[in-house]
Design a protein around this ligand. Structure first.
Ligand code: EPZ
Length: 437
Protein backbone atom coordinates (compact mmCIF):
# COMPACT_ATOMS: atom_id res chain seq x y z
CA UNK A 1 0.00 0.00 0.00
CA UNK A 2 1.28 3.48 -0.83
CA UNK A 3 1.82 6.27 1.67
CA UNK A 4 2.71 9.94 1.25
CA UNK A 5 5.83 11.19 2.98
CA UNK A 6 5.61 14.96 3.40
CA UNK A 7 8.33 17.30 4.62
CA UNK A 8 6.36 20.30 5.80
CA UNK A 9 7.17 23.98 5.79
CA UNK A 10 7.52 24.66 2.05
CA UNK A 11 5.63 27.57 0.57
CA UNK A 12 3.52 26.71 -2.49
CA UNK A 13 4.24 28.79 -5.54
CA UNK A 14 3.32 28.29 -9.21
CA UNK A 15 0.45 27.60 -11.60
CA UNK A 16 -1.93 24.65 -11.74
CA UNK A 17 -4.80 23.77 -14.07
CA UNK A 18 -7.90 22.39 -12.36
CA UNK A 19 -9.12 19.03 -13.71
CA UNK A 20 -12.64 18.00 -14.64
CA UNK A 21 -14.84 17.26 -11.62
CA UNK A 22 -14.98 13.69 -10.32
CA UNK A 23 -18.50 14.18 -8.97
CA UNK A 24 -19.71 15.39 -12.36
CA UNK A 25 -17.72 12.85 -14.39
CA UNK A 26 -19.21 9.79 -12.65
CA UNK A 27 -22.90 10.53 -13.31
CA UNK A 28 -22.16 11.99 -16.74
CA UNK A 29 -20.45 8.76 -17.74
CA UNK A 30 -23.54 6.83 -16.65
CA UNK A 31 -25.66 9.04 -18.93
CA UNK A 32 -24.16 7.09 -21.87
CA UNK A 33 -26.55 4.28 -20.88
CA UNK A 34 -29.45 6.49 -22.02
CA UNK A 35 -28.47 6.50 -25.68
CA UNK A 36 -27.63 3.99 -28.42
CA UNK A 37 -25.21 6.50 -29.92
CA UNK A 38 -21.70 7.39 -28.69
CA UNK A 39 -21.18 10.07 -26.05
CA UNK A 40 -17.85 11.93 -25.97
CA UNK A 41 -16.75 13.39 -22.66
CA UNK A 42 -13.76 15.74 -22.42
CA UNK A 43 -11.73 16.54 -19.32
CA UNK A 44 -12.57 13.27 -17.57
CA UNK A 45 -10.13 13.03 -14.63
CA UNK A 46 -7.91 9.91 -14.46
CA UNK A 47 -8.96 8.62 -11.05
CA UNK A 48 -9.58 5.29 -9.37
CA UNK A 49 -13.31 6.13 -9.29
CA UNK A 50 -13.58 6.98 -12.99
CA UNK A 51 -11.75 3.73 -13.84
CA UNK A 52 -14.22 1.85 -11.63
CA UNK A 53 -17.12 3.54 -13.37
CA UNK A 54 -15.72 2.44 -16.76
CA UNK A 55 -15.55 -1.12 -15.43
CA UNK A 56 -19.15 -0.95 -14.20
CA UNK A 57 -20.41 0.51 -17.47
CA UNK A 58 -18.58 -2.18 -19.46
CA UNK A 59 -20.41 -4.86 -17.42
CA UNK A 60 -23.64 -3.12 -18.42
CA UNK A 61 -22.79 -3.29 -22.12
CA UNK A 62 -21.53 0.30 -22.41
CA UNK A 63 -17.90 0.37 -23.54
CA UNK A 64 -15.17 2.89 -23.90
CA UNK A 65 -14.45 2.90 -27.61
CA UNK A 66 -11.29 5.03 -27.59
CA UNK A 67 -9.13 2.70 -25.47
CA UNK A 68 -6.32 3.37 -27.92
CA UNK A 69 -5.96 6.91 -26.51
CA UNK A 70 -4.61 5.28 -23.30
CA UNK A 71 -6.20 4.72 -19.89
CA UNK A 72 -5.31 8.23 -18.62
CA UNK A 73 -6.54 10.17 -21.67
CA UNK A 74 -9.07 12.77 -20.58
CA UNK A 75 -11.25 12.16 -23.66
CA UNK A 76 -13.61 9.27 -23.08
CA UNK A 77 -15.97 8.01 -25.78
CA UNK A 78 -18.68 5.71 -24.44
CA UNK A 79 -20.99 3.60 -26.55
CA UNK A 80 -23.81 1.50 -25.18
CA UNK A 81 -24.00 -1.54 -27.53
CA UNK A 82 -25.67 -4.19 -25.51
CA UNK A 83 -28.76 -3.74 -23.35
CA UNK A 84 -28.99 -7.32 -22.07
CA UNK A 85 -27.16 -6.89 -18.77
CA UNK A 86 -28.71 -4.44 -16.26
CA UNK A 87 -27.18 -5.70 -13.02
CA UNK A 88 -24.72 -3.40 -11.22
CA UNK A 89 -22.99 -5.85 -8.87
CA UNK A 90 -22.04 -5.36 -5.23
CA UNK A 91 -18.30 -5.82 -5.70
CA UNK A 92 -18.14 -2.65 -7.81
CA UNK A 93 -20.81 -0.53 -6.10
CA UNK A 94 -19.29 -1.19 -2.66
CA UNK A 95 -15.98 0.36 -3.80
CA UNK A 96 -17.73 3.41 -5.24
CA UNK A 97 -21.11 4.57 -3.96
CA UNK A 98 -21.55 6.69 -7.07
CA UNK A 99 -22.30 3.37 -8.79
CA UNK A 100 -25.90 4.10 -7.69
CA UNK A 101 -26.12 6.71 -10.46
CA UNK A 102 -26.52 4.00 -13.12
CA UNK A 103 -29.96 3.26 -11.61
CA UNK A 104 -31.84 6.18 -13.21
CA UNK A 105 -30.31 5.75 -16.69
CA UNK A 106 -30.84 1.96 -16.72
CA UNK A 107 -34.44 2.28 -15.64
CA UNK A 108 -35.11 5.16 -18.05
CA UNK A 109 -33.65 3.45 -21.13
CA UNK A 110 -34.04 -0.29 -20.46
CA UNK A 111 -37.14 -0.23 -18.29
CA UNK A 112 -35.40 -2.29 -15.63
CA UNK A 113 -32.38 -2.27 -13.37
CA UNK A 114 -30.81 -4.31 -10.62
CA UNK A 115 -28.33 -2.27 -8.63
CA UNK A 116 -26.59 -3.35 -5.49
CA UNK A 117 -27.70 -1.26 -2.52
CA UNK A 118 -24.72 0.85 -1.45
CA UNK A 119 -23.78 0.30 2.19
CA UNK A 120 -22.65 2.87 4.75
CA UNK A 121 -19.25 4.50 4.52
CA UNK A 122 -16.76 6.25 6.76
CA UNK A 123 -18.48 9.63 6.43
CA UNK A 124 -21.70 8.24 7.94
CA UNK A 125 -25.05 6.86 6.82
CA UNK A 126 -25.60 7.20 3.11
CA UNK A 127 -29.27 6.29 2.53
CA UNK A 128 -30.82 6.15 -0.95
CA UNK A 129 -34.47 6.41 0.12
CA UNK A 130 -34.94 9.70 -1.76
CA UNK A 131 -33.60 8.18 -5.00
CA UNK A 132 -36.13 5.38 -4.64
CA UNK A 133 -38.97 7.70 -3.66
CA UNK A 134 -38.31 9.80 -6.77
CA UNK A 135 -38.19 6.82 -9.13
CA UNK A 136 -41.32 5.30 -7.56
CA UNK A 137 -43.11 8.60 -8.20
CA UNK A 138 -42.26 8.08 -11.90
CA UNK A 139 -44.11 4.77 -11.72
CA UNK A 140 -41.20 2.40 -11.05
CA UNK A 141 -41.92 -0.77 -9.15
CA UNK A 142 -39.01 -1.11 -6.72
CA UNK A 143 -38.25 -4.07 -4.45
CA UNK A 144 -35.26 -4.74 -2.23
CA UNK A 145 -33.96 -8.29 -2.10
CA UNK A 146 -30.58 -9.98 -1.55
CA UNK A 147 -29.01 -6.58 -0.89
CA UNK A 148 -30.01 -5.35 -4.34
CA UNK A 149 -32.51 -2.80 -5.64
CA UNK A 150 -34.78 -4.43 -8.27
CA UNK A 151 -36.52 -1.71 -10.29
CA UNK A 152 -38.97 -2.09 -13.19
CA UNK A 153 -40.92 0.40 -15.26
CA UNK A 154 -44.41 -1.04 -15.93
CA UNK A 155 -44.80 -1.50 -19.69
CA UNK A 156 -41.10 -0.68 -20.10
CA UNK A 157 -41.44 3.09 -19.76
CA UNK A 158 -41.66 5.51 -16.84
CA UNK A 159 -44.25 8.27 -16.77
CA UNK A 160 -43.69 11.91 -15.84
CA UNK A 161 -44.86 13.10 -12.41
CA UNK A 162 -44.34 15.73 -9.77
CA UNK A 163 -41.51 14.55 -7.51
CA UNK A 164 -40.46 16.04 -4.15
CA UNK A 165 -36.83 15.27 -3.29
CA UNK A 166 -36.40 17.12 0.01
CA UNK A 167 -35.16 15.04 2.94
CA UNK A 168 -34.15 15.77 6.53
CA UNK A 169 -30.76 17.07 5.33
CA UNK A 170 -32.09 19.01 2.35
CA UNK A 171 -31.96 17.63 -1.15
CA UNK A 172 -29.80 14.91 -2.63
CA UNK A 173 -27.23 15.44 -5.37
CA UNK A 174 -27.06 11.94 -6.86
CA UNK A 175 -30.77 11.40 -6.14
CA UNK A 176 -31.63 14.47 -8.21
CA UNK A 177 -29.31 13.27 -10.96
CA UNK A 178 -30.89 9.79 -10.96
CA UNK A 179 -34.45 11.11 -11.22
CA UNK A 180 -33.43 13.71 -13.81
CA UNK A 181 -31.78 11.07 -15.99
CA UNK A 182 -34.72 8.67 -15.71
CA UNK A 183 -37.27 11.41 -16.47
CA UNK A 184 -35.62 12.41 -19.77
CA UNK A 185 -37.12 9.31 -21.43
CA UNK A 186 -40.36 9.13 -19.40
CA UNK A 187 -43.72 9.70 -21.04
CA UNK A 188 -44.84 13.30 -20.32
CA UNK A 189 -43.66 16.01 -17.97
CA UNK A 190 -41.72 15.60 -14.72
CA UNK A 191 -41.27 18.37 -12.18
CA UNK A 192 -38.58 17.83 -9.54
CA UNK A 193 -39.22 20.01 -6.48
CA UNK A 194 -36.48 20.57 -3.90
CA UNK A 195 -33.89 19.51 -6.47
CA UNK A 196 -30.20 19.79 -5.56
CA UNK A 197 -28.63 22.94 -7.07
CA UNK A 198 -25.00 21.75 -7.21
CA UNK A 199 -22.95 22.56 -10.34
CA UNK A 200 -22.70 18.79 -10.99
CA UNK A 201 -26.50 18.66 -11.44
CA UNK A 202 -26.29 21.57 -13.89
CA UNK A 203 -23.51 19.80 -15.80
CA UNK A 204 -25.62 16.63 -16.05
CA UNK A 205 -28.54 18.68 -17.40
CA UNK A 206 -26.23 20.29 -19.96
CA UNK A 207 -25.03 16.95 -21.25
CA UNK A 208 -28.56 15.52 -21.36
CA UNK A 209 -29.77 18.61 -23.21
CA UNK A 210 -26.95 18.21 -25.74
CA UNK A 211 -28.16 14.60 -26.20
CA UNK A 212 -31.66 15.89 -27.01
CA UNK A 213 -33.40 16.04 -23.62
CA UNK A 214 -35.78 18.86 -22.80
CA UNK A 215 -34.85 20.29 -19.41
CA UNK A 216 -35.30 23.68 -17.77
CA UNK A 217 -34.48 25.02 -14.31
CA UNK A 218 -31.35 22.94 -13.53
CA UNK A 219 -29.36 24.81 -10.87
CA UNK A 220 -32.59 25.91 -9.15
CA UNK A 221 -34.71 23.86 -6.70
CA UNK A 222 -37.32 23.22 -9.45
CA UNK A 223 -36.34 21.28 -12.54
CA UNK A 224 -38.86 20.62 -15.32
CA UNK A 225 -38.26 17.77 -17.77
CA UNK A 226 -40.39 17.06 -20.84
CA UNK A 227 -39.81 13.41 -21.70
CA UNK A 228 -38.60 12.53 -25.22
CA UNK A 229 -38.66 9.19 -27.10
CA UNK A 230 -34.90 8.83 -27.52
CA UNK A 231 -31.58 10.54 -26.89
CA UNK A 232 -28.72 10.83 -29.36
CA UNK A 233 -24.97 11.48 -29.28
CA UNK A 234 -23.18 14.50 -27.83
CA UNK A 235 -19.75 15.89 -27.01
CA UNK A 236 -19.39 17.60 -23.67
CA UNK A 237 -16.54 18.98 -21.52
CA UNK A 238 -16.87 18.12 -17.82
CA UNK A 239 -17.17 21.11 -15.50
CA UNK A 240 -13.93 21.85 -13.55
CA UNK A 241 -13.66 20.34 -10.07
CA UNK A 242 -14.67 22.92 -7.46
CA UNK A 243 -13.54 20.63 -4.65
CA UNK A 244 -10.09 20.12 -6.16
CA UNK A 245 -9.83 23.90 -6.66
CA UNK A 246 -10.97 24.57 -3.07
CA UNK A 247 -8.44 22.04 -1.77
CA UNK A 248 -5.59 23.82 -3.57
CA UNK A 249 -6.88 27.18 -2.29
CA UNK A 250 -6.60 25.81 1.25
CA UNK A 251 -3.15 24.40 0.39
CA UNK A 252 -1.98 27.87 -0.70
CA UNK A 253 -3.49 29.38 2.45
CA UNK A 254 -1.89 26.92 4.86
CA UNK A 255 1.61 27.23 3.33
CA UNK A 256 1.74 31.00 3.09
CA UNK A 257 1.62 30.42 -0.66
CA UNK A 258 1.10 32.32 -3.88
CA UNK A 259 -0.46 30.16 -6.60
CA UNK A 260 -2.46 30.64 -9.77
CA UNK A 261 -5.31 28.25 -10.53
CA UNK A 262 -6.33 27.97 -14.17
CA UNK A 263 -9.70 26.59 -15.28
CA UNK A 264 -10.96 27.49 -11.79
CA UNK A 265 -14.76 27.41 -11.23
CA UNK A 266 -14.95 30.46 -8.95
CA UNK A 267 -18.67 30.74 -9.66
CA UNK A 268 -19.18 27.41 -7.89
CA UNK A 269 -16.96 28.43 -4.97
CA UNK A 270 -18.43 31.69 -3.73
CA UNK A 271 -19.10 30.41 -0.19
CA UNK A 272 -15.59 28.97 0.00
CA UNK A 273 -13.95 32.17 -1.21
CA UNK A 274 -16.10 34.11 1.27
CA UNK A 275 -14.86 31.99 4.21
CA UNK A 276 -11.25 31.97 3.04
CA UNK A 277 -11.28 35.76 2.60
CA UNK A 278 -12.53 36.03 6.18
CA UNK A 279 -9.56 33.88 7.20
CA UNK A 280 -7.24 36.34 5.43
CA UNK A 281 -6.63 34.67 2.05
CA UNK A 282 -6.58 36.98 -0.99
CA UNK A 283 -8.13 36.15 -4.38
CA UNK A 284 -7.58 37.89 -7.66
CA UNK A 285 -9.53 36.61 -10.66
CA UNK A 286 -8.47 37.64 -14.15
CA UNK A 287 -11.18 39.99 -15.47
CA UNK A 288 -13.47 39.18 -18.38
CA UNK A 289 -13.30 35.38 -18.16
CA UNK A 290 -16.04 32.77 -17.87
CA UNK A 291 -16.41 32.49 -14.06
CA UNK A 292 -16.60 28.68 -14.31
CA UNK A 293 -13.20 28.59 -16.11
CA UNK A 294 -11.37 31.46 -14.50
CA UNK A 295 -7.70 32.15 -13.85
CA UNK A 296 -7.45 32.96 -10.18
CA UNK A 297 -4.44 33.94 -8.05
CA UNK A 298 -4.58 32.83 -4.43
CA UNK A 299 -2.17 34.37 -1.91
CA UNK A 300 -1.82 34.14 1.82
CA UNK A 301 0.49 35.71 4.36
CA UNK A 302 -0.60 33.04 6.82
CA UNK A 303 -1.83 35.45 9.41
CA UNK A 304 -4.98 33.41 9.74
CA UNK A 305 -8.13 34.70 11.41
CA UNK A 306 -10.54 32.26 13.07
CA UNK A 307 -13.96 31.90 11.41
CA UNK A 308 -17.24 30.03 11.68
CA UNK A 309 -18.03 27.57 8.90
CA UNK A 310 -21.28 25.63 8.43
CA UNK A 311 -21.56 23.09 5.64
CA UNK A 312 -24.76 23.31 3.62
CA UNK A 313 -26.15 22.31 0.25
CA UNK A 314 -24.92 24.43 -2.66
CA UNK A 315 -24.45 27.41 -2.77
CA UNK A 316 -23.51 26.98 0.90
CA UNK A 317 -20.10 25.78 2.07
CA UNK A 318 -19.52 22.24 0.69
CA UNK A 319 -19.12 19.31 3.08
CA UNK A 320 -16.40 18.04 0.72
CA UNK A 321 -14.14 20.93 1.84
CA UNK A 322 -14.87 20.73 5.56
CA UNK A 323 -11.78 18.68 6.48
CA UNK A 324 -9.49 20.89 4.39
CA UNK A 325 -10.65 24.16 5.95
CA UNK A 326 -10.48 22.57 9.38
CA UNK A 327 -6.81 21.75 8.80
CA UNK A 328 -6.27 25.41 7.93
CA UNK A 329 -8.16 26.68 10.98
CA UNK A 330 -5.93 24.59 13.24
CA UNK A 331 -3.33 27.34 12.64
CA UNK A 332 -5.63 30.36 12.98
CA UNK A 333 -5.13 32.93 15.70
CA UNK A 334 -8.10 32.08 17.95
CA UNK A 335 -11.13 29.79 18.15
CA UNK A 336 -13.03 28.66 15.04
CA UNK A 337 -16.30 26.74 14.89
CA UNK A 338 -17.08 24.20 12.16
CA UNK A 339 -20.59 22.74 11.95
CA UNK A 340 -21.32 19.81 9.62
CA UNK A 341 -24.91 19.83 8.43
CA UNK A 342 -24.73 17.35 5.55
CA UNK A 343 -22.95 14.35 7.07
CA UNK A 344 -22.99 14.95 10.87
CA UNK A 345 -20.49 12.12 11.51
CA UNK A 346 -17.92 13.33 9.01
CA UNK A 347 -15.15 14.06 11.53
CA UNK A 348 -12.71 11.16 11.11
CA UNK A 349 -9.91 13.65 10.52
CA UNK A 350 -10.28 15.27 13.96
CA UNK A 351 -8.42 12.58 15.92
CA UNK A 352 -5.66 12.42 13.28
CA UNK A 353 -5.18 16.20 13.28
CA UNK A 354 -4.93 16.00 17.07
CA UNK A 355 -1.98 13.63 16.61
CA UNK A 356 -0.23 16.51 14.85
CA UNK A 357 -0.81 18.89 17.75
CA UNK A 358 -4.17 20.39 16.73
CA UNK A 359 -6.60 21.37 19.50
CA UNK A 360 -10.10 20.38 18.43
CA UNK A 361 -13.12 19.63 20.60
CA UNK A 362 -16.05 17.95 18.96
CA UNK A 363 -19.61 18.23 20.28
CA UNK A 364 -21.96 16.26 18.03
CA UNK A 365 -21.90 17.81 14.59
CA UNK A 366 -19.87 20.84 15.72
CA UNK A 367 -16.13 21.12 16.23
CA UNK A 368 -14.40 23.97 18.05
CA UNK A 369 -10.86 24.47 16.83
CA UNK A 370 -8.49 26.42 19.07
CA UNK A 371 -5.69 27.62 16.82
CA UNK A 372 -2.13 26.57 17.69
CA UNK A 373 1.14 28.20 16.63
CA UNK A 374 2.41 25.10 14.86
CA UNK A 375 1.53 21.57 13.83
CA UNK A 376 4.09 18.81 14.20
CA UNK A 377 4.58 16.05 11.62
CA UNK A 378 3.33 12.57 12.57
CA UNK A 379 2.18 9.32 10.96
CA UNK A 380 -1.57 9.68 10.32
CA UNK A 381 -4.26 7.46 8.85
CA UNK A 382 -6.41 8.51 5.93
CA UNK A 383 -10.05 7.40 6.40
CA UNK A 384 -11.97 8.90 3.48
CA UNK A 385 -11.07 10.95 0.48
CA UNK A 386 -11.58 14.48 1.83
CA UNK A 387 -10.40 13.72 5.39
CA UNK A 388 -7.17 12.48 3.77
CA UNK A 389 -6.84 15.68 1.77
CA UNK A 390 -7.14 17.62 5.05
CA UNK A 391 -4.30 15.55 6.53
CA UNK A 392 -2.09 16.21 3.50
CA UNK A 393 -2.66 19.96 3.92
CA UNK A 394 -1.79 19.75 7.60
CA UNK A 395 1.38 17.86 6.63
CA UNK A 396 2.38 20.61 4.17
CA UNK A 397 2.33 23.14 7.02
CA UNK A 398 3.64 20.96 9.84
CA UNK A 399 7.18 20.98 11.16
CA UNK A 400 9.04 17.78 10.27
CA UNK A 401 7.80 14.66 8.52
CA UNK A 402 4.17 13.58 8.11
CA UNK A 403 3.32 10.16 6.78
CA UNK A 404 -0.20 9.84 5.40
CA UNK A 405 -1.18 6.18 5.24
CA UNK A 406 -3.81 4.61 2.95
CA UNK A 407 -3.28 7.00 0.08
CA UNK A 408 -5.68 4.94 -2.05
CA UNK A 409 -8.47 7.06 -0.56
CA UNK A 410 -6.87 10.17 -2.08
CA UNK A 411 -6.38 8.46 -5.46
CA UNK A 412 -10.16 8.03 -5.67
CA UNK A 413 -10.65 11.76 -6.09
CA UNK A 414 -7.37 13.60 -6.71
CA UNK A 415 -5.33 12.88 -9.80
CA UNK A 416 -1.64 12.38 -8.87
CA UNK A 417 -1.94 14.75 -5.94
CA UNK A 418 1.71 14.36 -4.97
CA UNK A 419 2.92 15.37 -8.45
CA UNK A 420 0.62 18.37 -8.59
CA UNK A 421 1.66 19.60 -5.13
CA UNK A 422 5.29 18.79 -5.97
CA UNK A 423 5.09 20.99 -9.07
CA UNK A 424 4.07 23.85 -6.76
CA UNK A 425 7.14 23.31 -4.58
CA UNK A 426 5.82 20.94 -1.91
CA UNK A 427 8.14 18.17 -0.72
CA UNK A 428 5.85 15.15 -0.98
CA UNK A 429 6.67 11.64 -2.15
CA UNK A 430 4.61 8.54 -2.77
CA UNK A 431 6.35 5.44 -1.42
CA UNK A 432 5.41 1.89 -0.60
CA UNK A 433 4.54 1.58 3.10
CA UNK A 434 7.22 -1.13 3.51
CA UNK A 435 9.89 1.46 2.75
CA UNK A 436 8.97 3.58 5.76
CA UNK A 437 8.58 0.86 8.39
C1 EPZ B 1 -22.63 13.63 -3.41
O1 EPZ B 1 -23.01 12.45 -2.68
C2 EPZ B 1 -21.13 13.56 -3.57
N1 EPZ B 1 -20.76 12.33 -4.27
C3 EPZ B 1 -20.44 13.61 -2.21
O2 EPZ B 1 -19.03 13.70 -2.43
C4 EPZ B 1 -20.89 14.87 -1.47
O3 EPZ B 1 -20.32 14.87 -0.18
C5 EPZ B 1 -22.40 14.91 -1.38
O4 EPZ B 1 -22.99 14.81 -2.72
C6 EPZ B 1 -22.95 16.18 -0.75
O5 EPZ B 1 -22.54 17.29 -1.49
C7 EPZ B 1 -20.81 12.26 -5.60
O6 EPZ B 1 -21.24 13.16 -6.27
C8 EPZ B 1 -20.28 11.04 -6.23
P1 EPZ B 1 -26.45 13.51 -1.10
P2 EPZ B 1 -24.55 12.06 -2.58
O7 EPZ B 1 -27.41 12.50 -1.55
O8 EPZ B 1 -25.28 12.55 -3.76
C9 EPZ B 1 -29.05 12.60 2.78
C10 EPZ B 1 -16.77 13.12 -2.14
O9 EPZ B 1 -15.97 13.14 -1.18
N2 EPZ B 1 -29.78 11.65 1.91
O10 EPZ B 1 -26.54 14.87 -1.69
O11 EPZ B 1 -24.60 10.62 -2.24
C11 EPZ B 1 -27.62 12.15 3.03
O12 EPZ B 1 -27.53 11.24 4.10
C12 EPZ B 1 -18.19 12.63 -1.97
O13 EPZ B 1 -16.44 13.45 -3.29
C13 EPZ B 1 -30.93 11.05 2.37
O14 EPZ B 1 -31.39 11.28 3.50
O15 EPZ B 1 -24.97 12.94 -1.31
C14 EPZ B 1 -26.95 13.47 3.33
O16 EPZ B 1 -27.20 13.84 4.66
C15 EPZ B 1 -18.47 12.09 -0.60
N3 EPZ B 1 -31.58 10.17 1.54
C16 EPZ B 1 -27.69 14.46 2.41
O17 EPZ B 1 -28.93 13.81 2.08
C17 EPZ B 1 -31.14 9.91 0.27
O18 EPZ B 1 -31.78 9.12 -0.44
C18 EPZ B 1 -26.97 14.81 1.13
O19 EPZ B 1 -26.50 13.62 0.47
C19 EPZ B 1 -29.98 10.53 -0.19
C20 EPZ B 1 -29.31 11.41 0.66
Amino acid sequence: MDVFVIEGGRRLDGTLRINGAKNAALPLMSAALLSDEPITLLDVPALADTRNMLRLLAELGCHRVNESDGPDATRVVLHSFDRAQSHARYDIVRTMRAGICVLGPLLGRRGEARVSMPGGCTIGDRPVDLHLRGLRALGADIQLAQGDIFAKAPGGRLRGARVFLGGPMGSTVLGTINVLAAATLARGETIIESAACEPEVVDMARLLTAMGAKISGAGSPRIVIEGVDSLGSATHAIVPDRIEAGTFMCAAAITNGDIVLENCPIDGLMSVIDRLEAVGVRFQAAPGQDPMHSTCRVTSSRVLQPVEVTTQPHPGFPTDLQAQIMALLCLADGNSVVTEKIFPERFMHVAELARMGARIHRHGSTAVISGVKRLIGAPVMASDLRASAGLVLAGLAAEGTTIVNRVYHIDRGYERMEERLGALGARIERVDEKEVE
